[in-house]
Design a protein around this ligand. Structure first.
Ligand code: GUN
Ligand code: ZN
Length: 442
């Protein structure tokens, strides 16, 4: 028969619920289990004894003992055109945008540059174990096409959109409202719901958008309720002050977005650091998601995100690498920074809670919990094989870890991309091609 079946033996971990609420019962961990895949989807998970008898006769079992199988990581906020300027710190948000981010996005005007950067970005995210991301492209519509095309070619589940911006940014990166309507409409028709892809309306943030452009987003969301939306919110104090000056009619930044229909499920707001308790509650009641971007926040000096306060009022939380303000595509490194930032605030984030944010938490934040994020039967088999013996110290320490939290703490704080031994998309190991063409300065 044409159905392809795969069985992998190793340690297995996934989440049934948020461990911040469900405690240890929210986690499923088998130190010696089988992951059974059929036709690119999860068929079952269990101990060898439990699954014996159910497997097809003569099914080969791939022996990955010494490895940990986890769902693919989910990065809910990042900017692919900025991959070439990541890890160049340059002051605080507005200075960094002018000096680094905008020039990087202008480089997409060069022929072929979108394809080159899209390939580089996807190769790097996969190498770090990210199998699904929510991504900002450039303002150029072709930059969104380039990313979607390569993701489609690889069979990735990916959400992206082209930037919407008509002020603050350099003239060459602005677009009239009419132009934005034409290009966005075309991209929605071409990519939204095609294969595993979805389109996200991507207004950069209020300071870069006229009220007319924000109003376009409100209209599109009404016309196409299944669209995603992604933007930035309250990343820095200076940004919040500018929004007050630019939109004096609105009582708050959150009110401005609420008034334009942004507070809804499938909207992803990045940062959300500088909000009042009232604004936080409004977010919590709306079903909106927030992408916590601790690495970016630390490098730009944006502030310490009040993760627990947002969690307490019911905001759906996830993590974003926020390349290029964030220095790397590594979700594991980003989780390490999330743990440090919580430690600084006296409200620690355990490793078990941290990894939830990048797996089932991310899937829930994107309303994709029926497709990805855990090993429930029928789910799409995007998963990682983590080599617990990738370095001598990891081998030594993971063998002695006294609890699941200690084990995951080692992966997040001691591990790096060497952990990621195999990345599987729809049940198949993937090895993305190298650079598309030799890459010059970006
Ligand atoms: N706010 C508006 N644009 C950006 C951006 O490109 N990166 C970050 N980190 N914040 C922003
Ligand atoms: Zn960002």
């Amino acid at each position: 028969e044409a159905v392809s079946s795969r069985v992998i033996r190793g340690a297995i971990l996934d989440y049934r619920d948020d461990p911040a609420r469900g405690g240890e019962a929210a986690v499923r961990y088998l130190d010696d289990g089988l992951l059974w895949l059929r036709d690119g989807r999860i068929q079952g998970v269990g101990t060898p004894a439990a699954l014996q008898g159910q497997l097809p006769p003569e099914q080969t079992v791939e022996d990955r003992r010494g490895c940990l199988l986890i769902p693919g990581l989910i990065d809910t906020h990042t900017h692919y055109p900025q991959i070439g300027i990541a890890a160049y710190p340059a002051g605080s948000l507005f200075a960094w945008l002018q000096q680094r981010a905008f020039p990087a996005e202008q480089s997409l005007d060069q022929p072929g540059m979108s394809e080159v950067l899209a390939h580089r970005f996807i190769a790097e995210m996969l190498r770090n174990g990210t199998t699904t991301a929510m991504v900002f492209a450039g303002v150029q519509p072709e930059s969104a096409d380039a990313l979607f095309q390569y993701a489609q070619h690889l069979g990735l589940r990916l959400i992206a959109g082209k930037l919407l911006q008509d002020r603050l940014v350099p003239e060459s990166l602005r677009e009239s409202v009419e132009q934005a309507q034409l290009t966005t409409e075309r991209l929605i028709q071409r990519w939204h719901g095609r294969d595993r892809l979805a389109y996200a309306l991507t207004p950069r943030f209020a300071p870069a958008c006229s009220e007319a452009l924000l109003a376009c987003c409100r209209d599109w969301l009404q016309q196409y309720p299944s669209l995603y939306l992604q933007t930035h919110l309250a990343e820095t104090i200076e940004e919040c002050e500018r929004v007050r000056q630019l939109f004096p009619r609105y009582p708050s930044y959150v009110d401005l977005y609420a008034d334009h229909g942004f507070l809804r499920p499938r909207s992803m707001l990045a940062h959300a650091i500088h909000l009042t308790p009232d604004e936080q509650r409004t977010l919590g009641q709306s079903g909106v998601s927030v992408a916590h971007c601790p690495s970016s926040n630390l490098l730009l000096g944006s502030g310490l995100m009040p993760l627990r306060a947002l969690q307490r009022v019911g905001v759906l939380l996830s993590v974003g690498t926020d390349i290029g303000a964030g220095p790397s595509c590594s979700v594991l490194k980003t989780l390490a920074d999330a743990m440090r930032v919580q430690q600084l605030q006296g409200e620690p984030l355990s490793a078990v809670q941290a990894l939830y944010l990048a797996t089932l938490g991310g899937a829930r934040a994107l309303q994709l919990e029926d497709c990805i994020g855990c090993f429930a039967p029928g789910h799409e088999a995007d998963f990682l094989v983590l080599d617990l013996e990738a370095t001598p110290e990891l081998a030594e320490r993971t063998a002695r870890a006294g609890s699941l939290d200690e084990l995951l703490g080692l992966l997040i704080l001691l591990g790096d991309d060497r952990l990621v031994a195999e990345v599987n998309i729809q049940g198949q190991a993937i090895a993305p091609a190298g650079p598309l063409v030799p890459v010059g300065d970006v």
